[in-house]
Write a protein that binds this ligand. Structure first.
Ligand SMILES: Nc1ncnc2c1ncn2[C@@H]1O[C@H](COP(=O)(O)OP(=O)(O)OP(=O)(O)O)[C@@H](O)[C@H]1O
Ligand SMILES: [Zn+2]
Length: 657
């Protein structure tokens, strides 16, 4: 057991009594209690921090136990942040029994189980009470959210991340004039065209994405959210939607016998892997293709679905391959299990950590890979890696990074104490890279000066953002989802053209009033719509953020963007001048940036989203003036010279998180 007086005296000897006293009075917010978060909370405890609050939305999974050091098997299923705080307090018991204990601030290790993006709980007001924030997250969305909260609350942020053996630690602080998280281009998601997933897969990842959509089609409340959904009223009859509907009904009807479920599952397998493939072959879709799919053999389906077979997940190790017949057995076994389960225990959205969901996706995707002759087939373990875009986490890297974060924490506290320099962190803190191959000088940790802000950062520099887009194709709905929320990270956006509202959401928002605008193409929105040179204002009170977006109309797209309507936009470049000719193609630098983005794969959990553009509705535009800003007392939206709209092509987007 650690000796309290030993820790305190060595801390005092190393850091000095002033720093120790600062440690004891500081309030820390830790976001994330996973691999890095567990290390951090242990470090904070052993460094004598008395007020630590931690946020995490997850529960402990068996797979976390090998590296998330505060968790034991008895904690599986419990809230990560609650267990982490509980264990920290137990640890603190050994360090806080000093004689002057009653003169110090009380010990608070408080857990907040929830999503940091939940503005009702974790807003600017909440963050303001902390002296600094530590990030221990695993995805860009949450990091972006914390960055914006810290900027708005003027609280320093120590950000960290690891990918296998690689790691980085960075310090962000508005008052010190250093770069924020979003000043630096983040690796973004890998994007796959819908047609590749639906019809022409060529890599295991394509069939895994397809199987995740199939999971959604079977288990989500809204089956039309899956990109595999086919409208029963559509022009072409679907080969599989009838089987999907039947199976969805049977899965909910607990009175139905096991045989009934097996029969419906077999019918679905035949529809997906025989009838649908045959339909595509008959349509000549693969004429001239390097590889032609072959329908799934009847023997594989019959043998695999034979009633009393044991599913391979019951008999094989997770890193062993399943044969196509075993995949059929596993798909059927998963559906039987889903039928037997309580409805509210089934996840609507795929989660790689959910056993049933993962087994279903691994087996269904392997069957599709078999049909399309995509090799290699994937074991459950490797399919999970692809499904979650996972690079296995390494406990040592997490520990190193969390240790470096603590050094930055101490540096920040010291800087704050040195009033002469106004607490500027530029000199005190470092951005540190952890690398796998050491430098010529034998270094594995590379400290660098903190970067100045990127003048083009719309988050911390109020820069006007340029967006090139076809204003005649994109609807407001797709624009909101794909650009405003996904790309720019707004959560409760209000959109204004010429100071008139065209969209509003959030706590007191009247979004109902603007619903009529959702299916309209951008150029036909009220208040003159978005045209080449229009400046759109986007506000988000939940993040205390406002940005002006200068729209550049562009209808010619080349290269990969030509084929993928969902990629026909780009952010950055020069601000367009109204009435000037539309740019024919993106500025080379911006195009290169887009290209770079597409090449990279991120460590975020995978998820797929699908957007469909709507048609321009006939209904009247709903634009509202802010009462306080309606200087003319004029209720009519201002008219602008409108351009002619092109056909309203549907826009489909598929993206992996
Ligand atoms: N929006 C969010 N709000 C709150 N906590 C979040 C949010 N996003 C991610 N987290 C948490 O951040 C932590 C990141 O830790 P880590 O990278 O070790 O991931 P993990 O999910 O525990 O591990 P793995 O993905 O390998 O199973 C997780 O505990 C996760 O729940
Ligand atoms: Zn910035």
């Amino acid at each position: 057991m650690t000796s309290n007086s030993g820790i305190l005296s060595s801390l005092t000897a190393t850091l000095g009594p002033e720093v120790v006293s600062k440690i004891e009075s500081s309030k820390i917010l830790l976001v994330g209690s996973g691999g890095i978060g567990c290390e951090l909370i242990k470090n904070l405890t052993l460094t004598g921090f008395r007020h630590v609050e931690t946020i995490d939305m997850d529960t402990i999974d068996v797979s976390n136990l090998n590296r998330q050091l505060l968790f034991r098997s008895q904690h599986v299923g419990k809230s990560k942040c609650e267990v982490a705080c509980q264990v920290a307090v137990e640890m603190l018991g050994t360090t806080t029994t000093g004689a002057d204990e009653e003169n110090k601030q009380p010990i608070v290790y408080q857990a907040h189980h929830g999503n940091v993006c939940d503005n009702t709980k974790f807003n600017v007001h909440f963050v303001k009470k902390f002296d600094l924030v530590l990030n221990a997250l695993d995805n860009v969305t949450a990091r972006r959210r914390v960055n914006r909260l810290c900027l708005a609350a003027s609280v320093p942020l120590v950000e960290a991340g690891t990918t296998g053996y690689l790691g980085q630690v960075n310090v962000m602080d508005k008052a010190s004039g250093v770069a924020c998280y979003e000043c630096i281009t983040q690796e973004t998601q890998k994007v796959y065209p819908i047609c590749t997933i639906r019809s022409t897969p060529s890599m295991p990842v394509h069939t895994i994405v397809w199987a995740k959509e199939l999971y959604k089609l079977l288990f989500a409340d809204k089956l039309d959210e899956s990109m595999l959904y086919e409208d029963p009223q559509g022009e072409e009859p679907s080969t599989y939607m009838k089987s999907v509907d039947e199976l969805r009904t049977i899965l909910k009807d607990k009175a139905k016998s096991k045989d009934y479920v097996v029969e419906a599952a077999t019918a679905l397998i035949k529809a997906l892997y025989v009838a649908e493939i045959q339909k595509q072959l008959d349509m000549g879709r693969y004429a001239g293709a390097k590889k032609t799919p072959a329908i799934l053999g009847d023997d594989i389906i019959t043998n695999g679905a034979a009633k009393d077979q044991t599913a391979p997940s019951q008999t094989k190790a997770t890193d062993q391959l399943w044969t196509p017949t075993e995949c059929v057995t596993e798909v059927v076994a998963c559906l039987l299990e889903a039928h037997a389960a309580e409805p509210d225990t089934l996840l609507q959205a795929f989660d790689k950590d959910d056993d049933l969901a993962m087994r279903f996706v691994a087996s269904a995707s392997n069957l599709r890979s078999h049909v399309f002759q995509i090799t290699p087939l994937q074991s459950l373990y490797s399919a999970k890696g692809i499904a979650g875009n996972i690079i296995p986490a390494i406990a040592t890297t997490n520990a190193v990074v969390a240790g470096l974060q603590m050094i930055q924490v101490i540096n920040i506290l010291k800087a704050k104490m040195e009033k002469k320099e106004g607490g500027n962190l530029m000199e005190h803190c470092r951005y540190i890279n952890c690398i796998r191959q050491c430098t010529r000088n034998g270094l594995f940790l590379i400290p660098c000066k903190l970067q100045p802000p990127n003048p083009k950062c719309f988050v911390c520099r109020d820069a006007t953002l340029q967006l090139a887009i076809n204003v005649n194709n994109w609807t407001l709905q797709t624009f909101l989802q794909r650009i405003v929320k996904k790309e720019l990270g707004f959560e409760e956006p209000t959109l204004l053209l010429e100071d008139d509202y065209i969209w509003e959401e959030g706590e007191d928002a009247d979004s109902q009033a603007y619903k009529v605008n959702l299916p309209k193409v951008l150029s036909k929105l009220p208040c003159g719509g978005m045209q080449h040179g229009t400046v759109l204002k986007i506000e988000d009170f939940s993040q205390d953020l406002q940005v002006n977006v200068a729209i550049a109309h562009q209808d010619v797209w080349e290269g990969e963007q030509y084929d993928n309507p969902e990629q026909q936009f780009h952010i950055g470049g020069d601000v367009p001048v109204a009435d000037s000719k539309p740019a024919a193609k993106p500025a080379p630098a911006a195009a290169k940036k887009e290209e770079d983005k597409k090449e990279k794969v991120v460590d975020d959990d995978s998820d797929i989203e699908c957007w469909d553009g709507g048609n321009d509705g006939d209904s009247k535009p709903a634009a509202k003036k802010r009462p306080s800003e309606n200087k003319n007392g004029d209720d009519e939206p201002k008219k602008k010279k409108a351009k002619t709209a092109d056909d309203d092509d549907d826009v489909e987007v598929i993206e992996i998180d």
